[in-house]
Design a protein around this ligand. Structure first.
Ligand code: PEP
Length: 256
């Protein structure tokens, strides 16, 4: 089963309106109109509209977070309904920075995943272990707990409508990338666990790698059989760096 590579740029809390315009004009001029992989960017909430307005047609736009609630007295939050209404395609759920700094639990992340689907957004479920957890040999246990919370809430059919991003915490923003073999080992584990629930969905769902991915290591990582693209932080902040990764996806999607 062939899965289209997805290159997703998480801009985190970076940028300005001028930055958005520069990035969008860079991608509009450098990204070919016909591509056989997918590209998405994830700006902060207040820059979503600008991205949606200026982006090339073949770039999708997503938010970095959403509320677990439909609407109401939840000051400072943004609902899935609002994101969909604005024209967002996707949303990140459970990014490790939110799990750690905002104490988001697996259960809360699962509710956000369900909310995204309810309003037609594609959720990207971020999972990953810390360096201590890796050293303790609990990587698989931690990752499966993160995925299982979503599976238990929404079921395998709905989980299969999202995307999973494996992002080892020790590789995020550190310059230390997981080796292609380390990434493949975890991606294969995730897929094999999902296959216990539904083999077709397990083979169809995309699992991205994230953590210091850049133009120089993207090809090797994305060549792995269970790695279906990347969630890119630092290297998504200039059109040049982001395009360097997209070009590797282009090579792979064309089989070169
Ligand atoms: C991320 O935060 O999703 C990420 C992968 O960051 P970086 O590429 O900078 O490690």
């Amino acid at each position: 089963m062939s899965r289209k590579l997805l290159i997703a740029g998480n801009w985190k809390m970076h940028g300005s309106l001028a930055f958005v315009k520069e990035m969008m004009s860079g991608l509009s001029s450098q990204l070919p109109t016909q591509i056989d992989y997918e590209v998405a960017v994830f700006p902060v909430y207040i820059h979503l509209y600008e991205v949606i307005t200026c982006k090339p047609d073949n770039v999708m736009c997503g938010a970095q977070n959403l509320s677990e609630y439909d609407d109401g007295a939840v000051t400072g939050e943004v609902s899935a309904n609002m994101l969909a209404d604005l024209g967002c395609d996707m949303v990140l759920v459970g990014h490790s920075e939110r799990r750690v700094k905002n104490n988001e639990s697996n259960e809360e992340v699962a509710k956000k995943f369900a909310q995204a689907l309810k309003y037609g957004l594609t959720p990207i479920l971020c999972v990953g272990e810390s360096s201590v957890e890796r050293q303790n040999g609990t990587t698989q246990k931690i990752i499966w707990q993160q995925i299982k919370a979503v599976l238990e809430l929404v079921g395998i059919e709905k989980l299969g409508q999202g995307v999973i991003a494996y992002e080892p915490l020790w590789a995020i923003g550190t310059g230390e990338t997981a080796t292609a073999e380390q990434a493949q080992e975890v991606h294969q584990f995730i897929r094999s666990q999902l296959a216990l629930n539904d083999d077709t969905i397990a083979r169809r769902i995309r699992i991205l790698y994230g953590g210091s991915c850049k133009g120089s290591n993207a090809y090797e990582l994305f060549s792995m059989p269970d790695v279906d693209g990347g969630l890119i932080g630092g290297a998504s902040l200039t059109a040049q760096d982001f395009m360097a990764i997209c070009q590797q996806a282009d090579r792979l999607s064309q089989g070169v």
